[in-house]
Design a protein around this ligand. Structure first.
Ligand code: NAP
Length: 291
């Protein structure tokens, strides 16, 4: 391992239902492409992130792979210390399609294995989510993916794919932020041993101006982003904020040396009453299948 600088983050891990250890806080890469993505991922690894989230649809797997190779060459990290996740996009659902999509992701990343591969959206109208998840299970059997998971699934489908394959996804990556704490889904995940992973935790930046969040941040001497991310990990979830800036990457990762009191936790969770989902619903996205 490379020499640790004083400013390097220390991020705890969560044990997944297949025994794998995953850093609780990861680095989101949506909206980062090309050189900007290489620079941001390289910086994230330098400051201490070990879990990187990409997807075929982000069109940045090559850039993520390059950043990882550069970090390994520089001696900052080994491949084994990293937890790399990617996702199969909607247009590649189906048995053969998922197996081919996985190989294409592997090739773009230039990696020998991916730590965790997900089905990006269930797309219930299309009806291929089970076949797609079964394809991931087959790939897992071959050893090129360590853990298999889903994103944007809901309890009924989680039970269906788990019963059919005998393999519960290690995690479900879902929209979760102040105003949308996903209490029922988290409870279902807990029953099934599935980790809840929060996407768009900061509401893509919009929630940082929220009055209640700003008030708590001032009270506890942290930034609004740190309060939100701490609330999410303290709920027991994994979280994957994205930032192109090294300073904000460090800020977002520095949430493991303080705790929010019960009152502050509850006050943020209570924002559900006036909040709601901000982005696409998995019941409706991407929608009816066109013939
Ligand atoms: N599975 C899915 O369907 C799905 C859907 C959406 C997202 N995701 C994943 O989840 C990750 C995170 O979600 P997201 O990227 O949509 O949104 P996000 O992490 O909630 O917010 C990112 C935005 O907030 C800004 N930001 C980050 N940290 C900040 C800080 N400390 N102070 C001020 N501004 C800050 C960033 O700007 P700067 O870059 O300028 O710092 C960026 O504009 C994605 O990158 C992706 O990996 C998955």
């Amino acid at each position: 391992m490379g020499i640790m600088s004083d400013s390097q983050l220390q991020i705890p891990t969560i044990t997944l239902n297949d025994g794998t250890e995953m850093p609780a806080l990861g680095f989101g890469t949506w909206n980062l492409e090309g050189e900007d993505c290489v620079r941001a991922v390289r910086s994230a690894i330098e400051v201490g992130y070990r879990h990187i989230d990409t997807a075929a649809i982000y069109k940045n797997e090559e850039a993520v792979g390059r950043a990882v190779r550069e970090a390994i060459s520089a001696g900052d990290v080994t491949r084994e210390e990293l937890f790399i996740t990617s996702k199969v996009w909607n247009n590649e659902q189906g048995d053969q399609e998922v197996q081919q999509a996985f190989q294409k992701s592997l090739k773009r990343l230039e990696m020998e294995f991916i730590d965790c591969m997900m089905i990006h959206w269930p797309w219930p109208q299309r009806g291929l989510y089970l076949e797609s998840y079964e394809a991931l299970a087959k790939i897992q059997g071959l050893g090129q993916v360590r853990s298999i998971a889903v994103a944007n699934f809901y309890p009924e489908l989680l039970r269906e794919i788990t019963e059919a394959t005998g393999i519960a996804p290690v995690l479900n990556q879902v929209e979760l932020h102040p105003g949308f704490s996903q209490a029922d889904l988290r409870e279902a995940h807990d029953e099934m041993g599935i980790v809840t992973e929060a996407w768009s935790p900061l509401g893509r930046g919009d929630l940082l101006e929220h009055e209640l969040i700003r008030g708590i941040a001032e009270e506890v001497g942290k930034t609004p982003a740190q309060v939100i991310l701490r609330w999410i990990v303290q709920l027991g979830c994994s979280v994957i904020p994205k930032s192109s800036s090294r300073k904000r990457q460090l800020e977002n990762g520095d949430i493991f040396s303080f705790e929010l009191c019960d009152e502050h936790m509850q006050a943020i969770t209570d924002l559900d009453a006036s909040g709601g989902r901000l982005y696409q619903s998995p019941l409706e996205f991407p929608g009816e299948v066109r013939s």
